[in-house]
Ligand binder design. Sequence first.
Ligand code: UDP
Length: 241
Amino acid sequence: MQPIYEGKAKRLWETEDPSTLRMEFKNDATAFNGEKKATFESKGRLNNAISTLIYEYLEKVGIPTHFVRQIDDINVEVKRVEILMVEVIVRNVSAGSFCKRTGMEEGLAFSKPIIEFSYKSDELGDPLINDDYIREMKLATPEDLAHLRESALKVNEILTEFFSEVGLMLVDFKLEFGRLQSDPSTIVLADEISPDGCRLWDAKTGEKMDKDRFRRDLGGVMEAYEDVLARIKNRLATESN
Ligand code: UDP
């Protein structure tokens, strides 16, 4: 069997149900648009576990997503969607390409979250685009874009609170959305939410607990992901008591 899609960190497979797909988390890590590569033995399992708990939580608090169920250690079942070619980035604190672009130092808290869009194109290196580009490139209608912005801000509020309860600061993150194949007028949150696509800093020490450990050769990459997972599990265990 061949996957119907293979990306840098995941593969998508057909299932017996034509309305769903199996999303497999790979152990491969990439950074700088694929220039830097490595494999971490437990990465697929950790990102699957973290993303599953976050998606289940988001569904529970009313955010529609593509998530159906966890299948096993490295696989989840997701609704079939057509991914919008717009990545939505939310920033609460300055870091990464924001600092590179502006010359501002890392770690400054913004007065309000910043929403940013980029064109999902590996070939072009996911360039920054704005509402007018998105309209003219026909990546999304202005109404859809307003919905993406509103959803991203809501997810940010929910996850900022969620992570702060486990001593983590949600610095920034990337979201992807897709149109349900069964109902293309409905746009849901898709892809994964894990330390691969979020910046998470320990609230007390400021230690980086995300893919920046890999990008910057800080070591302890999987240990940090393990720690994030343990904190999330603790937080959810307290909730169900
Ligand atoms: N991000 C991502 N995929 C991308 C670009 C960014 O998951 O293709 C995430 C990244 O991990 C960070 C946030 O989005 O949490 C903002 O990333 P930034 O624009 O600062 O880019 P980077 O520093 O990764 O170049």
